[in-house]
Design a protein around this ligand. Structure first.
Ligand SMILES: C[C@](O)(CO)[C@H](O)COP(=O)(O)OP(=O)(O)OC[C@H]1O[C@@H](n2ccc(N)nc2=O)[C@H](O)[C@@H]1O
Ligand SMILES: Nc1ncnc2c1ncn2[C@@H]1O[C@H](COP(=O)(O)OP(=O)(O)OP(=O)(O)O)[C@@H](O)[C@H]1O
Length: 301
């Protein structure tokens, strides 16, 4: 009987859609010996998406950016390329693929865009190469690629501990509505953590419990009162003009504004979809979204 190599795919291309995240609560503990911080965070996946298509190509992993952005590398520094190389190494195969990446998530905006692409690449590679990788192994590869990557696989709402990679899903029936104010220039995540260490020293992580409780309340005002971000002071220290963005969002009627993750995107919680449109119309450079939504998933049409 003729033997086929393990790497022959059953389909010529796969497409995966992956959401952005915000942190409804971001509690940051002291700096650890490994250079990371222990977190107590509540992740929330929102309906801003990147789309990644994977098809057979020449040997190696080639990435084509379909929405050009100078801040997104197309070589091995791209997290999607690193994810495919890591998956191929685990599966002991030589990759020969082209990745087409369509960015809908703000770049370097504190919404985990690069992490999302790494998660999408793991799902796409696993499907194209027919690996049926066990979920625990995919999670392990994801955590090696970055602290936010496991959540991009999972989606929904989840409590994140450790450096953000240990996840406990949080389930509740309510959809929340958001307006995001994006900035044209991104912020470096390590620089924001370093500034936070300078400002906060060894302060313990703030408690995510009020947000976890508020998720079970239908009234978004309960969630608005509970939102919190221990990195916000550091982000505002590096980007003082964000004080004005946060004030403008609340003056436009948002229930509450916070910096998203390490920033500089600001996230405004609003009552509903109509309220989102009215708040967004009064601000500059906005995107509207809702959450929670599912994590990285194949697009089948
Ligand atoms: C700000 C958040 O987006 C909140 O979810 C994340 O903590 C950042 O996650 P990420 O971008 O996936 O971060 P990684 O790629 O794992 O790490 C980049 C850098 O961020 C800092 N970092 C990240 C996660 C963490 N728990 N503590 C840290 O201090 C470290 O300086 C690290 O070198
Ligand atoms: N696929 C990718 N998409 C965007 N940026 C990427 C990607 N791969 C690597 N990068 C690099 O990562 C940097 C941070 O981009 P990203 O959009 O992930 O930031 P972020 O949303 O602030 O991340 P996080 O919220 O996880 O800290 C970019 O400036 C870019 O150099």
């Amino acid at each position: 009987m003729e033997e086929y190599p393990l790497t022959v795919p059953s389909r010529s291309a796969v497409r995966v859609r992956v959401p952005a995240k915000i942190n409804l609560h971001l509690g940051v503990g002291p700096l650890r010996d490994d250079g990371f911080h222990d977190l107590a965070t509540v992740f929330h996946a929102v309906s801003l998406y990147d789309e990644l298509t994977l098809e057979c190509g020449p040997p190696g992993v080639r990435l084509v950016l379909e929405t050009p952005d100078n801040a997104v590398p197309t070589d091995e520094r791209n997290l999607a390329v690193r994810a495919l190389n890591a998956l191929a190494a685990y599966a002991n195969i030589e990759p020969a693929v082209t990745v087409r990446l369509r960015k809908g998530i703000p770049v370097a905006g504190g919404m985990a865009g690069g992490s999302a692409d790494a998660a999408a690449a793991l799902v796409a590679g696993d499907t194209l190469w027919q690996l049926a990788t066990p979920p625990e192994k995919l999670h392990e590869l994801a955590a090696q690629l970055g602290s936010d990557v496991p959540f991009a696989l999972l989606g929904g709402d989840a409590l994140g501990t450790g450096r953000g990679e240990r996840l406990t899903p949080l389930t509740h029936p309510y959809q929340r509505h958001w307006v995001f104010a994006t900035a044209s220039e991104g912020l470096s995540t390590p620089a924001v953590y370093a500034e936070s260490d300078r400002i906060r020293g060894t302060t313990a992580a703030s408690d995510p419990e009020p947000v976890i409780k508020a998720l079970d309340e239908p009234d978004p005002r309960a969630l608005a009162d509970a939102l919190g971000n221990d990195l916000q002071a550091a982000t505002l220290s590096l980007r003082p003009e964000l004080h004005h963005v946060l004030a403008a969002g609340e003056a436009a009627g948002a229930l509450k504004g916070i910096v998203s993750g390490s920033g500089p995107t600001c996230a405004f919680l609003v009552r509903d979809a109509e309220h989102a449109r009215s708040v967004a119309a009064r601000l500059k450079n906005t995107r509207i979204a809702h959450g929670p939504v599912g994590g990285a998933a194949l697009v089948t049409n």
